[in-house]
Design a protein around this ligand. Structure first.
Ligand code: GLN
Length: 493
């Protein structure tokens, strides 16, 4: 089956004309036909447009025209990334019928690189959640255990790559929404430095934390995707006007003398003993390759989650004010304007989104602004300063991606436990740093991820370390079984 190859392998076969874009696209669509009913990664599929684009690419290649670095490679985009003429829902009733009149910059870059969009993937509504259970439509299943969640909020993208429905996918990461689902689905997930990849056309959740990132089968594929999407964009005022390197040049396996900081606060009580053991084994692999690992302290990281649940809802309450039933998407029946706003927002948003809007409005109100919002911003600065100090001495920081394994659908019902899914990932969003999750073991047939955090714009360094580890990890090459693993299937929350 063609779908079992990596992105790099497929690009190579296409370039050598061993296969056509049409064959790859048909293979991916056949795979979707075979598994999508069980995985449920896609909100919308774009099959006809995909086949038309594949034919175009083949014709161009046949005529010897320039086709772009990812020409003919099937992929998917999280459904909060705007696609011109293609429904973009944020997995919300509010946008169930929203068809953007423009492409996000990343969609445009991938289009120009020749990749083929197969569809838009499921997410927690407006990217708020850690399991895709907050999608207004359905919950995506974890391909390693169909009764478990794929993580979130970019669970659809992670599951689509893990189930080999596409060769790569994009997601967005505000506190861990690329890395946590990557860890849960056994794939590679990168959140680049804030500003490295344009956010133009990403429907915003918390703008100072949001960053678009990628899901791939391995680290080389991640570098290939970054080579296309890491680009200055004048349409995003926070985009960095900085040339991006060829990320594949970092994949040389050399980590000799590289200094790795292991923050003790990330191996705390509550961590699954097997997760911890697998991450420690990964550290030993890197040490055997000549890297030097030392324990460090990032004392303010523990305040990451509380500060996030002030800053992110505050920004969300402002960003989501635009959904009023007038400009976009869903509109409730109403007799006057006030009623229109109220009914639209009350029926259009799900419970988690409403909770965040209420919380955000509260912390931004004049009575509470200093006590909560300003204080959270100060905590954010302290978290960033911890990283600055650590990076004066260390090249990368290594942690688990999550403290636990993928959990059963419906099993996590209290909010704080759900929010704690991002405990290891949220500090890097606070500090704007790049971080990658790489598979580092299996426990009871479920994947475990480790996280490598880098200095600002040092994606190359974390890719180098991730690649050196991946090539020497000794992990068995496992693929998900696409079966359930016993126990009751829970209803959607
Ligand atoms: N789980 C976090 C939340 O619910 C993170 C979401 C994200 O990174 N988009 O807000």
């Amino acid at each position: 089956m063609l779908t079992q190859f990596t992105l790099a392998e497929i690009v190579d076969k296409l370039a050598k004309k061993e296969i056509s874009a049409r064959e790859v696209t048909e293979a991916a669509l056949a795979r979707i036909d075979a598994v999508e009913d069980t995985v449920k990664a896609f909100v919308t599929q774009t099959r006809e447009a995909a086949l038309a684009k594949a034919a175009q690419i083949d014709a161009k290649r046949f005529n010897g025209e320039e086709v772009g670095p990812l020409a003919g490679v099937p992929m998917a985009l999280k459904d909060n990334i705007c696609t011109k003429g293609i429904r973009t829902t944020c997995s919300s009733k509010m946008l169930h019928n929203f068809i953007p009149p423009y492409d996000a910059t990343v969609a445009e870059l991938l289009e120009n690189a020749g990749s083929i969009l197969l569809g838009k993937t499921n997410l927690d509504e407006f990217a708020m959640g850690s399991s895709t259970e907050n999608s207004a439509f359905f919950t995506t299943c974890n391909p390693w255990d169909l009764e478990s969640v794929p993580g979130g909020s970019s669970g659809g993208s992670a599951a689509a790559v893990a189930a080999e429905e596409v060769f790569f996918a994009l997601g967005s990461d505000t506190a861990g929404s690329v890395r946590q689902p990557a860890a849960f689905c056994g794939v590679v997930g990168l959140k680049p430095t804030y500003g490295r990849v344009s956010r133009y056309g990403l429907i915003p959740f918390a703008s100072s934390l949001d960053q678009i990132g990628s899901f791939t089968k391995d680290v080389r594929d991640c570098a290939l995707v970054m080579n296309v999407i890491a680009k200055y964009d004048p349409r995003d005022s926070t985009s960095a006007n900085l040339a991006a390197p060829d990320y594949t040049t970092f994949l040389d396996g050399n980590v000799k003398g590289l200094k790795i900081g292991i923050p003790k606060e990330y191996f705390v009580e509550g961590i699954n003993a097997d997760v911890k053991a697998n991450v420690h084994k990964a550290i030993a692999v890197l040490e055997s390759l000549g890297a030097v690992a030392e324990e460090i302290s990032l004392p303010h990281s523990e305040f990451g989650i509380p500060a996030y649940y002030i800053i992110a809802p505050a920004e969300a309450s402002s960003n989501l004010a635009r959904f009023d039933g007038v400009q976009y998407g869903f509109q409730a029946e109403a007799d006057n304007l006030q009623e229109l706003y109220e009914k639209t927002r009350s029926a259009g948003f799900g419970p988690e989104v409403k909770r965040r809007i209420i919380l955000g409005t509260y912390v931004l109100s004049s009575d509470n602004y200093d006590a909560y919002f300003v204080k959270a911003l100060k905590v954010r600065t302290l978290i960033k300063e911890d990283f600055d100090k650590a990076f004066a001495k260390y090249d990368v920081i290594l942690t688990p991606t999550t403290l636990g394994l993928p959990f059963k659908q419906g099993a996590v019902r209290d909010l704080v436990s759900m929010y704690l899914n991002d405990i290891c990932t949220v500090p890097t969003n606070m500090a704007g740093l790049p971080a990658i999750s790489v598979p580092c073991g299996y426990v009871d047939g479920l994947p475990v991820g480790m996280q490598l955090i880098g200095k600002p714009f040092a994606e190359g360094t974390i890719l180098r370390v991730a690649h050196a580890y991946e090539q020497n990890s000794g992990l068995p090459k496992k693929k998900p079984t696409l079966t359930a693993k016993g126990g009751a299937v829970h209803e959607k929350i």
